[in-house]
Design a protein around this ligand. Structure first.
Ligand code: SF4
Length: 267
């Protein structure tokens, strides 16, 4: 089943669960009431453009072709232009605009292609949709794995691409919820008898772009914790508990429903 079909049915995903736990009210606006966003963040469009380029890179690799740095940078320009043109409500962060991000994206892609190992593993799937079920939850958990590979020992390596502004710690990657969900998905979709390794491929939007691959594992305890978080989240959603983020963190500063939220909280 393709991802559009999966998304058209009731479901949970790593991002919906993280959204709920980051701010229940934001989850309610975006996913329950489907309120129109006040703007679309440049980070969102930029990140998905990088994703499209890396997906094409891996699709070509799967067919035995290696795209050059020049071809990948041209692809970035093509997708970036198309994505921005179809997003009239894009809001640029301070100091950013179309051209600044075009240049930055090309530099990041150049860094990626110069540093990514070329033939380390055998590619099994690119942008692989998945679904799985958990006891006591009557809707599936769905998602897409960016890249699924296998090494000579038959270990499965699942990679997620992340575009980020600063470095992440090993601890954050060991706790990364999205990777934990991919681990569960892999176990429930044919890889239960393989060793599974998770990898975050980080493209950093620093002044000089950086590319890092960071590996992590999940234990039985991590598995249980992830299932518990999914169940508790579903429980909260079903009971319509949508608490606002009370921390006043960066999440509120960049929130695409800030006006809606203000109105809601003052009435
Ligand atoms: S402004 Fe903050 S509290 Fe309000 S919906 Fe957005 S993230 Fe949640």
């Amino acid at each position: 089943m393709n991802i559009s079909t999966l998304r058209s049915m009731p479901h949970l995903s790593a991002s919906s669960i993280q959204s709920y736990n980051g701010c229940g009210l934001q989850y309610k606006f975006s996913r329950v009431e489907k309120v129109t966003r006040e703007f679309t963040s440049d980070n969102l469009i930029f990140g998905s453009t990088i994703h499209q380029v890396l997906s094409d890179y891996n699709e070509e690799k799967l067919m035995g072709n290696t795209l050059s740095a020049q071809e990948l940078m041209e692809l970035f320009e093509h997708y970036w232009t198309a994505n921005v043109n179809k997003t009239p409500d894009i809001r640029y962060s301070r100091g950013k605009n179309f051209d600044v991000l075009l240049q930055q994206g090309k530099e990041m892609i150049k860094t990626f292609i110069s540093q990514v190992p070329k033939d380390e593993y055998e590619i099994l799937a690119v942008e692989e949709p998945f679904r799985f079920n958990i006891d006591d939850i009557d809707i599936p958990i769905i998602g897409i794995m960016d890249l699924v590979e296998r090494d000579e020992q038959n270990t499965i390596i699942i990679s997620d691409y992340k575009t980020m502004s600063s470095s992440v710690t090993i601890n954050e990657i060991d706790q990364n919820f999205q990777l934990s969900v991919y681990y569960l998905a892999a176990k429930k979709n044919g890889y239960a008898n393989n060793d599974i390794v998770l990898k975050l491929d980080c493209l950093m939007k620093t002044k000089t772009p950086q590319f890092k691959q960071i590996y992590t594992h999940r234990s039985e305890e991590d598995e249980k914790r992830t299932i518990k978080i999914i169940k508790e989240t579903w429980n909260g959603i079903q009971k319509e508990v949508f608490l606002p983020n009370a921390q006043g963190t960066w999440k509120c500063n960049y929130c695409e429903f800030a006006n809606q939220c203000r109105e809601y909280l003052l009435n």
